[in-house]
Design a protein around this ligand. Structure first.
Ligand code: B12
Length: 287
């Protein structure tokens, strides 16, 4: 546990500012020592760092503090065995459209996309998907949830105007129509300044190769959710279309390592794939 001075040292935010944030917005959660002094935990350090991050990206403190309270609200249930994720599952199962939409609005408004997907949405989809595969679930619950998520990701993607940056082509392996991860990755890449040619689901790779060449894409990213189309795609690329900057990523490639049969593999998480794309971006800029 830290004193306020130690918290200030750890985070680089002055004691006065920390006190003001605590008083005005209640963003710190100190406990009292035996002598009655405030003591701050690692979670407080994390909260302050989170706020600094939001302020650096231009947000005002009141707004950032408001979002932080929502993040806390959503993180706590995740630690408690994913209760929030269970609520999404339940709302989708019950066809409770108002709750489903309201919950997803709050999730996407308050959390970074990767956190929203990895901590809440994907676990809910995996649960619905496995119940459906086990014959216990009607497919409508999964469709309701995945469509509501796809709408939100699409509208974010549509709001990001292409910049005059290097081009990343993003598609799903031929035969694979699981687009949510690909769409999320497209949003992240566009946010980072890539010009994104997003082709959505099932794309024949010879055609992706033609477009990628025409656009001089810096990477042709093939997102794979199902293992079989992933294997066929890798086989095609290594046998018939080497030489282009192919990258494989997505759930089906999670166990592949960084390179597979001479082809780059990004991930396994969305954050790691994003980092790999940022590294490529900075290599191109400096190179
Ligand atoms: C939603 C869904 C669908 C939707 C897709 C809607 C859409 N707009 O995308 C629809 C209804 C279209 C669908 C159809 C089918 N589906 Co489906 N589907 C799913 C479900 C529920 C979620 C898929 C998804 O979004 N996965 C992404 C997340 C949830 O997966 P994850 O493993 O947690 O991913 C982790 C990481 O890999 C990473 N990640 C995820 N995405 C990405 C992307 C990138 C770029 C990166 C870097 C990382 C990353 O984040 C996660 C956390 O770390 C899964 C269940 C599951 N277990 O995944 C089944 C699942 C993928 N589907 C399956 C099947 C069988 C089908 C169908 C064949 C069913 C049928 N008989 O028609 C069809 C195939 C259609 C096709 N040709 O593609 C199987 C696949 C089995 C297999 N091993 O091949 C699954 C696993 C269900 C199951 N348990 O059987 N499906």
């Amino acid at each position: 546990m830290l004193s306020i001075g130690q918290l200030a040292e750890r985070t680089g935010v002055s004691v006065e500012t920390l006190r003001a944030w605590e008083r005005r917005y209640g963003v710190l959660r100190p406990v009292r020592s035996r002598g009655g002094h405030r003591r701050y935990s690692a979670a407080d350090v994390e909260r302050v760092m989170w706020l600094i991050n939001r302020l650096t990206s231009g947000e005002r403190i009141a707004q950032a503090a408001g979002s932080l309270c929502l993040v806390d609200e959503f993180r706590r249930p995740r630690l408690d065995h994913g209760i929030m994720s269970q609520e999404l599952v339940a709302a989708a199962r019950d066809g409770d459209l108002l709750k489903l939409e309201a919950d997803l609005d709050r999730v996407f408004a308050s959390l970074p996309i990767t956190l929203a997907l990895d901590s809440l949405v994907f676990p809910a989809l995996v649960e619905l998907g496995s119940c459906w595969a086990g014959g216990e679930e009607n497919v409508t619950a999964e469709h309701l949830l995945s469509e509501s998520v796809a709408r939100r990701l699409s509208s974010r993607f549509g709001a990001l105007r292409p910049v005059d940056g290097d081009t990343l082509l993003i598609c799903c392996a031929d035969g694979d129509n699981h687009v949510l991860g690909a769409l999320a990755f497209a949003v992240l890449a566009a946010t980072d300044g890539w010009t994104v040619a997003y082709l959505a689901g099932s794309t024949p790779l010879p055609e992706a190769a033609r477009l990628g060449t025409m656009l001089a894409a810096k990477a042709l990213v093939v997102v794979c959710t199902m293992p079989e189309p992933a294997g066929v795609a890798l086989d095609y690329v290594t046998r018939s279309a080497p030489g282009l900057p192919w990258v494989f990523t997505g759930p089906a490639t999670a166990a592949w390592g960084e390179v597979r049969e001479g082809v780059s593999v990004w991930g396994p998480s969305l954050d790691e794939a994003r980092e790999a794309s940022q590294t490529l971006q900075s290599c191109r800029r400096t190179g």
